[in-house]
Design a protein around this ligand. Sequence first.
Ligand code: A2P
Length: 270
Amino acid sequence: MSNFTKESILSVHHWTDNLFSFTTTRNPSFCFRSGEFTMIGRKVDEKPLLRAYSLASAHYEDRLEFFSIKAPDGLLTSRLQHLKEGDEIIVSRKATGALVIDNLEDGRNLYLIGTGTGLAPFLSVIKDPETYLRFENVVLLHGCRRVAELAYGEMITEKLPSDELVGDFVRYQLIYYPTVTRDRFRNRGRITDLIVSGKLFTDIELPELEPQHDRIMICGSPGLVRDARELLVAKGFVEGDHGEPAQFVFEKEFAERKSLSSSRKRGHEP
Ligand code: A2P
C-alpha cells in the first residue's frame, strides 16, 4: 500500500495576495490528532514534491483543510496557489507534530500562540471538544502584520459559536485575540510584547502567565518561537520534547523552516 493517497481539491479561498487556503477530499482511513501536520504535495516531473502542512480542519470533518502562504519562488506553494476545484493532490497517510494537548500537563488555561499561517494547527485544536474538556479557558492569539491577514477571524467569531458540536464550548470558553503590528486595529503589537507589558491580560481579563495554571502552544515565525520560548523559560515554564507532558510546546517543523527569498516569503514551505 502506498504511503500516500490521491485527493481532489474541493475549494480554494484566496485571503490576500500572499495567503490562501484550500480543502480536499479525505481518505476515510486517514486519522490525525488536532494540532498535527502531514505531508502534502503534487507530482512534478513524475516525482512527488512534498511539504509539511498543518491540518486546519477538525479531526472529525470529512474534508481536509490547509492554510498556506503564496511564495512565488517556493517550489510547492508557487504551484499550489494555482490549484482549482477538481485538481489532484497527494496526501500522506501519516500525521504527526508537537502541538497536541496530550503533550501538555493539566492546567486551567490553554494559550495558543500563532503568527501568520501558524494559526493553522490551532484551527483544528479549537474545533475539538476534547480541548475544552481539558482546559477551562482557551485563548487563541493570532498575530499578523496587516488586518487583512487575520484569516479565519469571521469563522471563529461568527460561525463557530453556533456550531452544533462545539458552539457551547466556544461561547463560554474560547477567547479569540487577534493583533496586528502594521495597521490600525483594536489590538496592536507583537504577542510577546503584549505578554511582557501585561496588556494582553488586562484585555482578556485573565491573570498573567504562571506555570502552575497555564499551558501554551506556539506556532509561527522562528523569531516568535525564539522570543516566546525565552520569555516562558524565564517565567519558569518547562518545555515539552515529545516525551513527558510539559507546560509548553512549539512546532519545530514550522519554526525550523528556512527563509525563502526574503523574510516575507517564509511560511508553510521549507
Ligand atoms: P512585526 O510586524 O513587528 O515584525 P511575519 O509576517 O514576518 O511572519 O510576521 C507575522 C507577525 O509576527 C507580525 O505581526 C510580526 O510583527 C510578528 N513577529 C515577527 N517576529 C516576531 C517575534 N520575534 N516575536 C513576536 N512577534 C513577532
